[in-house]
Design a protein around this ligand. Structure first.
Ligand code: NAG
Ligand code: NAG
Ligand code: NAG
Ligand code: NAG
Length: 583
């Protein structure tokens, strides 16, 4: 009875576990009429309306450049699956172009309505470089040749490569003045997408008042108004009303300097001589008496004569080398005398013309603005230019196993939120649990830093011997480092080290000599043994000599013992004494 009860309890518990993981598709009958919701509850890709592209792009030489060879599948999640049979659209190939599309059962018209586009991405193998964005395709008969050239109205979703990481939001807008002029208006400063291998929910909202929002997992990551902030998009949603007149030039008499040199102030006469020179000739200096200005400083070297080959007619007059005039040495000086220069006390630097406000200043010149002949006003970008006929993923990716799911396209923010609450949130929590339960083991557990000396001494758990050993180790290490420091200091400046640390120097010398001797001793003994080891029997004889003495002595001692015992036995007296000796 008890046993039965347990079994039934167990089965109930098991049933509960299975039930929690059972996948219940969202009830699409609750959807608003114009909304589209794709949860990939198909048997497989072949039994679904999703069609991989067969497009091939050719360059002018008809050489294939891009073909969409990447494989797709509709299958359940492999990584941290939340439900047992919840399928999604999975990008299956690495480093390949992928394109797949779905023709909507009825065209989607957003005129005078809010646009809400929402879908889930699960990077089951991460994403190093690749796109995961979705496109709302212009209405066409079919999308068999879906490619990068297929016109679309909205592109939304993550794109990542290395450190580049953004969530695209692109509107393709027609120029109202020329409908064949279509421009891709891209959101600037777009938010970053999420990494991680759990499902992420991306939502784009574009309201009728041109407010837009990008949400990640239900939280707003970027918001703004396309009309009020014209610089949000690149190129701008609307061209500027006025442009610079390229033909406008600055008039020659345009005064654009706010300050000019004061024309009424002139440089005082003699300013440069009086105030402009840092040094002046000393006015008090007098020429020494025996300074002869008539004696030249340099004279022609009497020993210098024209070389033999010198031809005065061709080479001109020979100029002898000049040397200092020896006569000058007998005088205080020779040649023209000038007084020595002294610092000029009146020196105030070069003269600077004072500046005044320009009375004719009219301000900075700017070219005239004229009406932009190409101006237009695209005042309702939420009214998509064309009907949307399909959904498409046209991606290049380095990583595979990217799973897309629960695509919502509609007009109701509340509906998208409700679907998010019922599908994404539940899934995410289960995945999170799953991931926590399967947490990979940390490969390199953090290692505690080694204890320092004080900690070791204070450590009550360590035994005393261990502490003493560590102390010795640390002591030896410190001494070794000291010696090393001293050695390098000594190499740098030996005289200073010897005169300033004589005791240390002597001590280290002694230690060095001692260690050196010991090492040399050991080395020579080893060398001796090695060199003689293979030499022959001669050594053995020498080594044998003392060895044979050892046992002899022992034998003697044994004999003595035996003798004593035997003596004791034979005499029969004092047994206990003999025992004591034996011991
Ligand atoms: C797709 O492209 C191929 C080659 O460019 C072309 O032959 C074919 O007609 C196209 N199919 C459709 C449906 O446009
Ligand atoms: C309209 O735009 C297209 C594409 O930019 C351009 O080739 C064409 O010349 C434009 N037409 C006029 C009338 O400006
Ligand atoms: C500048 O002048 C030239 C010649 O008059 C004219 O063709 C051109 O449109 C003018 N540019 C602007 C921006 O007004
Ligand atoms: C979705 O869930 C959040 C948080 O539980 C709640 O605040 C919000 O009202 C829900 N939205 C809808 C439409 O149910």
């Amino acid at each position: 009875m008890v046993c039965l009860k347990q079994v039934s309890l167990l089965s109930i518990a098991l049933a509960c576990v299975v039930k929690a993981e059972d996948y219940i598709p969202y009830d699409k009958s609750k959807l608003t009429t114009s909304a589209i919701f794709e949860q990939f509850d198909y048997q497989d890709l072949d039994h679904s309306p999703w069609k991989p592209s067969t497009a091939k792009k050719f360059d002018e030489g008809r050489h294939e450049v891009v073909s969409y060879v990447g494989k797709w599948a509709i299958e359940p999640a492999k990584k941290y699956p939340a439900f047992s049979n919840d399928k999604g659209l999975v990008l299956k190939s690495k480093a390949a172009h992928h394109a797949i599309s779905y023709k909507l059962p009825q065209p989607f018209d957003n005129t005078d309505n809010d646009l809400v586009l929402q879908y889930e991405i699960k990077l089951q193998n991460g994403l190093s470089c690749g796109g995961t964005y979705i496109k709302l395709l212009d209405l066409q008969d079919n999308y068999d040749n879906f490619s990068t050239d297929t016109p679309y109205q909205v592109m939304f979703g993550p794109d990542r490569c290395g450190s580049e990481n953004k969530i695209h939001f692109i509107l393709r807008r027609e120029n109202p003045l020329n409908v064949s002029d279509v421009q891709e208006k891209k959101l600037k400063n777009s938010p970053m997408s999420r990494s991680g291998d759990l499902t992420t929910l991306y939502t784009l909202i574009l309201k009728q008042n041109q407010d837009f929002e990008i949400r990640i997992n239900g939280e707003v990551a970027k918001a703004g108004n396309l009309l009020r902030s014209p610089h949000l998009l690149e190129p701008r949603l609307n061209p500027p009303k006025e442009i610079i007149d390229e033909n406008d030039t600055k008039p020659l008499d345009w005064e654009d300097s706010p300050r000019i040199p004061d024309p009424n102030v002139q440089k005082p006469e003699g300013y440069d001589e009086k105030h402009g020179l840092p040094t002046i000739p000393d006015p008090e200096a007098v020429k020494p008496e025996n300074w002869d200005e008539s004696v030249p400083v340099l004279i022609e070297d009497p020993d210098s004569t024209a070389p033999e080959y010198w031809d005065e007619e061709e080479d001109g007059k020979w100029l002898a080398k000049e040397i200092p005039n020896p006569k000058c040495k007998e005088l205080a000086g020779c040649g023209p005398w000038s007084p020595p220069r002294i610092p000029n006390k009146e020196y105030t630097g070069p003269w600077i013309q004072p500046m005044i406000d320009n009375p004719n200043y009219v301000g900075e010149w700017k070219p005239r603005m004229i009406a932009n002949p190409h101006y237009y006003e695209d005042d309702k970008p939420s009214n998509l230019n064309k009907l949307v006929g399909g959904l498409g993923f046209e991606l290049w990716s380095m990583s595979d196993e990217i799973l897309f799911d629960n695509i919502y396209l509609g007009h109701s923010i509340a509906e998208a939120e409700r679907i998010g609450n019922l599908t994404f949130k539940v899934k995410y929590l289960l995945e999170d649990q799953h991931k926590r339960a399967n947490k990979p083991k940390i490969q390199n557990e953090p290692v505690a830093p080694p204890k320092n000396f004080d900690e070791l001494l204070l450590d009550k758990n360590g035994n005393t011997f261990k502490q003493f050993y560590l102390f010795l180790q640390l002591f030896a290490l410190r001494q070794f480092l000291d010696i090393k420091d001293f050695f390098y200091d000594f190499l740098r400046d030996p005289v200073y080290q010897i005169t300033h640390r004589p005791i240390k120097f002597v001590l280290y010398c002694v230690v060095f000599v001692f260690v050196f001797t010991v090492i040399c001793g050991i080395g020579s003994v080893l060398l001796f043994m090695i060199s003689n080891g293979g030499g022959g029997s001669h050594t053995y004889e020498i080594l044998d000599e003392p060895r044979s003495n050892g046992p002899k002595i022992e034998l003697l001692a044994d004999d003595e013992d035996v003798n004593t015992i035997e003596t004791a036995k034979s005499t029969g007296v004092n047994r206990s004494a003999t025992e004591a000796i034996k011991k």
